[in-house]
Design a protein around this ligand. Sequence first.
Ligand code: 13P
Ligand code: SF4
Length: 327
Amino acid sequence: MTDTRSATSRLAGVLPDAERVVAEHFLVQIERLKAERNAVVLAHNYMTPDIYHGAADFTGDSLALAYQAARTDADVIVMGGVHFMAETAKIVSPEKTVLIPDTEAGCSLAESITGPDVRLLKDRYPGVPVVTYVNTSAAVKAESDICCTSSNALQVVDSLAEDRVIFLPDRYLGRWVASQTDKQLILWEGSCEVHERFTGTELRDYRASRPGLQIIAHPECPSDVLEEADYVGSTAGMIDWVEANKPASVVLVTECSMSDNVAVEHPEVEFVRPCNLCPHMQRISLAGILESLRTMRHEVTVDPAVADGARASVERMLAVGRRPVPA
Ligand code: 13P
Ligand code: SF4
């Protein structure tokens, strides 16, 4: 989604006055440099509200962000997100300069597996197709047959002719898919360090204390959490669900900055906010985005041959049916 209001006016009602003054100090400079560099700023749904509502030209999940940026004539993309997301933006827009404000913004899922690991799996299970979640490095995508997102993983697995599928790297998303398909899934032991901290017991306690509470969860959560959920979906799916259902009270079982962002747009909904923050996402700040634009650092590059392989895996997924961005 894009917002044409000035960056500073977008923060009215989003931050307390004292914080807004500080944020505006950065935003004025960010806007000036965006124009000078012909740059766009992307913000994943887990960015803090100052970035999500203030600095971003586009917000969304990683795939939507990459395709939104590709549609623009910007020369520079600044990724408000983690490293694999910046790589995905580069894969989709090889001609653009992609910057990440902090090179340490990684991901426990993406770091759980390497390209050579995928090659070993393919040697061990010859002829078994490899489905890879987009939360992985370009090298891992390039070794895979097809990518998936958290919203289309089941559809992608079911689209394959084979009865057995290697599903990488999130064991919880894999188990969630396995519970709904007839195919046999060979899983990898990767996990998201943020979502795996939630427990079913914690959610039952929330429900008991608040009659009518709706629980919506990301499929990177453990199985006992997903069993408690009224809806399971990607970050974009969760936002759509809140918009469509406008519950009186809801808990978004995911990285907690997302509740802060969505709450701004839904003052009528009460958000119960257990706070599990992603330490990698939290490395991105307005100051870091400004510094990126000022210094043109840190550029994210992907070897062209790897990018071609990764893009092919993403495009095979899109052919199965996922529209990365609204038409
Ligand atoms: P989606 O935004 O694709 O649902 O992914 C969630 C996530 O954990 C991103 O790091
Ligand atoms: Fe990775 Fe989890 Fe952080 Fe997303 S929330 S970037 S999957 S560690």
